[in-house]
Design a protein around this ligand. Sequence first.
Ligand code: ASP
Length: 591
Amino acid sequence: MRSEYCGLINRKHLGQTVTVYGWVHRRRDHGGVIFIDLRDREGLLQIVCDPDNAATFATAEKMRNEYVVKVTGKVRERPAGTVNPNLISGEVEVLAAEMEILNPSLTPPFMMDDDTLSENVRLEYRFLDLRRPQMQKNLRLRYKTAMAVRVFLDQHGFIDIETPMLTRSTPEGARDYLVPSRVHPGEFFALPQSPQLFKQLLMIAGFDRYYQIVKCFRDEDLRADRQPEFTQIDVETSFMTQLEIMAIMEEMIVGVFKDVLGVALPQPFPRMSYDEAMSRFGSDKPDLRVALELTELTDAMKNVAFKVFSGPANAAGGRVAGLLVPGGGTALSRGEIDAYTEFVGVYGAKGLAYIKFNEIAEGRDGMQSPIVKNLSDDALHAVVQRTSAKDGDLVFFGAGTAKVVNDALGALRAKIGHEKGFAQAGWQPLWVLDFPMFEWDEATKRWNAMHHPFTAPADGHEDLLDSDPGKARAKAHDMVLNGWEIGGGSVRIHRQDVQSKVFRALNISAEEAEAKFGFLLQALQFGAPPHGGIAFGLDRIVTMMTGAESIRDVIAFPKTQRAQCLLTHAPNTVDDAQLRELHIRLRQPNP
Ligand code: ASP
């Protein structure tokens, strides 16, 4: 066994004989003396191989990068001028007395300290990629975060209960991963999109406080912050109000940041309604580090000659809004404005109108933009007043459906904010509340649940579920940090009659509800306590904490954006015998 990790050897070991194990990080031949940087999970240690010791010297000569070796030797001070202040072991080195190669290595496809690697190569050789110090650090921080969560929840009476992976479709509304049943021909399990229904059943079962750090599966098109399987910190409690649930969860996240990063998140977290977030920031997960805000102009543009504005301003569900960029009139180049126009196009915006305010005192003559001539004095006055534009500023405009305007200007706000110096450093958490119960899906012409169909309506909004579903608000709460939704949850419906109303609003028939969620509906009738909870995305939280570029950098064995594992080559085809056993015939035979 080792006497100490390589990376932890320091001055206090001076004069001691130590035994260390590790990988050859680098071998340097300094004309007669060979230096080995030996690496283990704690860091690097400099080993010196002197030609006086012929046996160790001969072994050292054979060593190559990533060989696994055992070294015994005495710890001594490094010669003056060769101290490395970046390493814990930077003041010392070990003079090798015995050295053994435990296993050679093929030449690795990349150097362990190369920061410019292609992600595909890293994922293909993930076992080597994970040896890199940054990845070791990321996964340790992930572990510490999960531990801090467990300790907090344990101290607050939450118990960890496992829920099944082979189950039925759950209500988050994404596409399921299915697992065919061998025993029941033609039938399938679904992998859970979350333990939502089970955690509610555990409340009905009287456990009172549940948590689980658990894998969830959603077969969605992947974006940078998504994985087909991801990890939630899943929590549910009984007999607590929404504000009480939020308070204890806020305390947990604050505690985790303190324990793991030593960061004090600003408290209490501000609370903002969904409507306010959309109106001011065009997003239900606003990045509050960015000082820019949207300005409402819909009412001011109703009568202008410019149809691009007056059309949406008069249309149901339309919006016209401005985004003031202080100093943008002088600072933003034509090329940058063109690039922003292209950027908002991705969100469905057909263009990006703007006005540069050269000299406001001169009225419309002091404004530079092709659209000015089509806007009335009143409209221009409203723009100046409401955005508080000053000489040298620029206002971008979004006009269209509220969704397109919010998506486009919301994203532009964050982009310009970060690129042009309008964002503070640090951490800006908040709660977003008062979400609508439902959102209208134009394609299918029906209401969809904004969170999931088990979310309780706000007090007094039960009747709106039938009469005006679009107005009904939910007892839902999202925790947002620096523009990322890190957690989302709600108070749940615990009464069967309210649940039926929600299903009716969602156009889910009694038969369909019974077929899909019958077990929960039944359980609700056996003394279900008031309950609610939340789920946090562990991968996202750790990505933010480590400052990693991608969620994949904090998951040991992630999938690519195309939902493949480059290491194991999953998914893969299976042989006919296996398919036959599962009663499956492919539409097209395996290639
Ligand atoms: N099950 C929900 C989700 O995964 C979270 C919750 O409502 O607790 O989004």
